[in-house]
Design a protein around this ligand. Structure first.
Ligand SMILES: Nc1ncnc2c1ncn2[C@@H]1O[C@H](COP(=O)(O)OP(=O)(O)O)[C@@H](O)[C@H]1O
Ligand SMILES: [Mg+2]
Length: 265
């Protein structure tokens, strides 16, 4: 299904320690644009050929993703204060043992979007809907995986630049993947899904963790390099991509110990 939407213009976010030539893209107001996604759970609504006008979309909700997996949210296109927006909703988990965690994830992501408000590479936060859901601006375009499949030109250096800029706001994303980067028709890249993101102020005692996470984010972008440019990794990049032992252990512990336990509840 294809929806039309005019994206709002954005303001520039002041960057504390940005380089002098730092630039923030201000998207040109678009007239009629579309979005498509390759997220398996989110594909169906977008894949049908029926075209839907903006007023159709304004009148009803369209599911982008159903809360399938553990602590996944329902994501839907909806109307809020007369605007077409996206709602990310963890309500499925209320009255379960995971309710506090669901509320925490929602608050965390909402806070992160507020923190990054004005940056051209995130959706704009549009308010909360109770304790389990929040609204954000809807991004036109397609996700990075879809862009690659359709040979839409995306420069890897732009991804690196965007992630570097995010780090200068003292935020790491921690979940950089093909479905969490959207590409607008003008070629603007937009990061979504900040549920795992992390912030540490410059003089915070958490800075060492932050530095590790920055490195992991940069390493996370390398999987895009190979696929988008066709070029192999340099030895330095290869080293960066190899996760440190402690991180591999944490990941293994999460996957094989914590996750199965949580799923039993
Ligand atoms: N602001 C947005 N604009 C357009 N599509 C979005 C937006 N936020 C999420 N989506 C779509 O919904 C999907 C799921 O959202 P996401 O926040 O990544 O959820 P999850 O945490 O479950 O991965 C995304 O892959 C994307 O296709
Ligand atoms: Mg996601």
């Amino acid at each position: 299904m294809v929806f039309h939407y005019a994206s709002p213009s954005r303001q520039t976010l002041p960057v504390e320690d940005a380089t002098p030539d730092h630039q923030v893209h201000t998207p040109s107001p678009a007239s009629e644009q579309t979005i498509e996604t390759s997220d398996t759970a989110a594909n169906d609504p977008w894949r049908c050929t029926e075209r839907s006008s903006r007023s159709d979309a304004a009148g009803r909700e369209v599911t982008l993703q159903r809360a399938g997996g553990l602590l996944k949210a329902d994501v839907a296109l909806t109307t809020h204060q007369g605007e077409t927006v996206v709602r990310k909703d963890y309500r499925l988990w209320q009255r379960t043992a995971l309710a506090p965690l669901a509320r925490y994830l929602m608050k965390r992501e909402a806070r992160m979007l507020q923190r990054l408000s004005g940056w051209a590479h995130t959706p704009e936060f549009k308010g909360t809907d109770g304790r389990y859901a929040f609204y954000m601006s809807r991004i036109d375009g397609m996700d990075l995986g879809e862009a690659r499949r359709r040979s839409v030109p995306v420069r890897y250096s732009e991804i690196q630049r965007m992630v570097g800029e995010l780090h200068r706001f003292h935020v790491t994303h921690n979940d950089l993947r093909w479905t969490n980067i959207l590409v607008t028709p003008e070629g603007r890249l937009v990061l979504i899904d900040f549920a795992s993101a992390f912030h540490a102020a410059p003089r915070s005692p958490l800075r060492p963790i932050m530095n590790r996470l920055r490195r992991a984010d940069m390493a996370g972008t390398l999987k895009f390099k190979q696929k988008l440019t066709g070029r192999g990794l340099t030895p330095t990049e290869q080293r960066l991509k190899t996760a440190p032992r402690w991180l591999s252990m944490v990941r293994r512990g999460w996957k094989h110990q914590m996750l199965p336990r949580l799923k039993r509840h």
